[in-house]
Design a binder for this molecule. Structure first.
Ligand code: EPZ
Length: 429
């Protein structure tokens, strides 16, 4: 199993290209199931989760072609996928595939909308909490699906097709909103979603669906209106930049000090996180090519942050911020409100010398100037990268084990960081 070895203490200086967003690429690929024509997606990140979803879609009969290098392509450029679901040969998504990646459960929506049936394994628990799918099922039932749970599978049918409805989410859910959008796009009549998630990835998917012929307005706000259409067609769409990758590298620069241009990043996708970085003492300068983040001289100031749905501070940057605050001059508080068990990084950060105490959903972090390298274990994607951030500033050597978590969501992490002066390498085997 691969490990990552980091020797801390170097400042980061240079340019880091930001990849396409994993959490937009996955639902965009799933949306290809809605049409029998080809959907072309540009700027798809090269990630383990994308490869896993390719296998899952392949099982439904979807052909995916990854375009080769073109003249002038940058070495970091994301891939272009040509996805064709001309013939869906299987409407079952089996446990062995779905259990490896929760988002694959979302195939239930386009399969049901286009094929009028789907049998999709329930995804089960995961390292960051129980993560139920009750609201996804509620949304599909509102649209007229009959759903039963049988042998660990959600078995869904809509023999006469889905019908537009009013769907009111009692809790903001990204997955619920994606599923409702995709299903309603091909439902008969009008669907109104209230309490919708406002995350930029939802707006990106709606934008792509509209290019495919859907009639969606209001995506990116809490009220989305969808006029169902009978058929969607092929289209070409570029995946938006990854705001979590952007925020992660911004935190890394704030942690080590230095000056880095985050190429292709869009500040409006993570304003709340950038505001927190400024409070913490970083200089953040949006420019035409992306965002420049620097910290020179000044120490790190403590902050008090609560995660919340977009446009609030994202849960997917909570672990990274905690790593940064381990070196603040004073006491910080971070409250996690989205997932009930997303503190797996706390014990691992403690192995590097961090002083963090937990009380329910709030972590109190006493800043220290002496993190020291140690072997640590990655537990989930964002927790893993928080260990990398801490290790970049720790004295001596850290090895991060179980790096397959990192490969799920960070493209060429070690290359991007070492190009900016970090001592970081992958050890295979
Ligand atoms: C998406 O997960 C992201 N995943 C997560 O990214 C992200 O942390 C999360 O949104 C919140 O922003 C993808 O986009 C692939 P939710 P999702 O539905 O859609 C509860 C990463 O590291 N809930 O918004 O699964 C749920 O338990 C990750 O890239 C229900 O109660 O999140 C949670 O407490 C991990 N019932 C809250 O809502 C439901 O039916 C928000 O979940 C659905 C969700």
């Amino acid at each position: 199993m691969d490990r990552i070895r980091i020797v801390g203490g170097n400042k980061l200086n240079g340019t880091i290209p930001i990849s396409g967003a994993k959490n937009a690429a996955l639902p965009l690929m799933i949306a290809a199931l809605l049409t029998d024509e080809t959907l072309i997606l540009d700027n798809v990140p090269r990630l383990a989760d994308v490869a896993q979803l390719q296998r899952i879609l392949g099982n439904h009969g979807v052909d995916i072609m990854s375009a080769g290098k073109r003249p002038g392509d940058h070495e970091y450029q994301g891939q272009t996928l040509h996805i064709s679901a001309a013939n869906i040969v299987d409407t079952t998504a089996p446990y062995e595939l779905v259990s490896k990646m929760r988002a694959s459960f979302w195939v239930i929506a386009p399969l049901l909308a286009r094929m009028k049936e789907a049998k999709v394994s329930l995804p089960g628990g995961c390292a960051i909490g129980t993560r139920p799918v009750d609201l996804l099922i509620m949304a599909l039932e509102k649209l007229g699906a009959e759903i039963s749970i049988d042998g660990g599978y959600a078995v869904a049918r809509a023999p006469t097709g889905l019908k537009g409805a009013e769907i009111d989410f009692p809790k903001v859910t990204v997955s619920g909103t994606h599923v409702a959008l995709m299903a309603a796009a091909l439902a008969k009549g009008t669907t109104i979603i209230t309490g919708a998630a406002c995350e930029p990835e939802i707006a990106d998917v709606a934008d792509c669906l509209n290019k495919m012929g859907a009639k969606i307005s209001g995506a990116g706000t809490s009220r989305i209106v969808i006029e169902g259409v009978t058929k969607l067609h092929g289209a070409r769409h570029t995946v938006l930049p990854d705001r979590i990758e952007t925020g992660t590298y911004a935190m890394a620069v704030a942690m080590t000090g230095g000056d880095v241009q985050l190429e292709g990043a869009r500040p409006e996708l993570l304003q709340s996180a950038l505001d927190v970085l400024v409070q913490a003492g970083a200089t953040v300068t949006p420019n035409n090519q992306g965002i420049r983040v620097a910290r020179n001289g000044a120490g790190i100031s403590p902050v008090k942050v609560t995660t919340s749905p977009f446009p609030g501070f994202p849960t997917d940057l909570q672990a990274q911020l905690m790593a940064l605050m381990t070196s603040a001059k004073g006491t910080s508080q971070i409250t996690e409100t989205i997932f009930e068990n997303r503190f797996m990084h706390v014990q691992e950060l403690a192995r590097l010398g961090a002083r963090i105490s937990l009380d329910g959903e709030t972590a109190t972090i006493e800043g220290t100037s002496t993190l020291r390298g140690a072997p640590v274990m990655a537990t989930d994607l964002r927790a893993s990268v928080s260990l990398v951030i801490a290790a970049l500033a720790a004295e001596g050597e850290t090895t991060v084990n179980r790096v397959y978590h990192l490969d799920r969501g960070f493209e060429r992490l070690e290359e991007k960081l070492s190009a900016c002066g970090a001592t970081i390498e992958r050890i295979s085997g």
